[in-house]
Design a protein around this ligand. Sequence first.
Ligand code: CP
Ligand code: NVA
Length: 305
Amino acid sequence: MKNNFLHIADYSKNELWDILNLAKELKAKFHNREDFKPFKDQSLAMIFAKPSARTRISFETGFEWMGGHAIYLGPNDIGIGKRESVKDIARVVSRYNDMIMARLFDHKHMLELAEFSNSPVVNGLTDYNHPCQIMADIMTVWEHRGNVDDLKITYMGDGNNIVHSWLQLASVFPMHFACCSPSGYEPDEKTISMVQNSGVSTFELSHNPATAVNGADVVYTDVWASMGQKAEAEEREKIFSDFQVNEGLMDKTGKDTLFLHCLPAERGREVTDSVMEASYSVVFDEAENRMHAQNAIMVSLNKFR
Ligand code: CP
Ligand code: NVA
């Protein structure tokens, strides 16, 4: 196991399956309230430069369930990269804490944090990616379908951090990945090339929602304006309006399709209320699986295990 969890494609298919199998085991243990304390007397620093519900709650609850103590450091606390340099924070925090989870703006800061930390670093989202989310997503698809074979995943909307982690997964797990974004809002070209050069999955980029969802096993969407882009929300709403996931679009898959969303959802924008509440929407299982996937990631990184 590597020392950090920064990008999905840093891991091999077997390593990712080890994490997913462990996540399934830990989910059962959590539901049975079994005693499981691999982090006894250890602490996790959770550095947040952006807001969060799921990431904060799931890491804190998960780490404490596993016997440790989690410390929340919010956007106004340590001022990473502002009040103090990233490399100094990395060295200071890792003197106190056995693991660091961070949610930052600039991906380069995440890499620097990991480089200078003596404790494992888990990426809880940057402007570039969100690897813990996509581990929970694929776990959810696996649970609902029983396997992850021959999947067509259609991602509808902004070419953002979520889709970058999906593309990283597609460079390790075989699938057909269709990304449908408005012109000018496509994912990062290098990350697209990563999938194309991997020879593992097939990738399709389009601007036509109706054809992109055809035959999809999973339709996924995310907000049109991510954290840090909310000033552009009004302008983006006009550009993205044809990319809304609604019942009409879900009907066009021609299959039993799952709907996923990392949440928070802006109902009435990227997704309608009725899709969020439909029987094929598994967004709350997905949210729950954040904790189990992350617990497995942290157990795998635990330097004292
Ligand atoms: N999906 C997700 O990361 O949610 P939060 O932003 O609430 O943590
Ligand atoms: N793309 C979204 C994901 C939130 C979990 C954002 O970065 O705001």
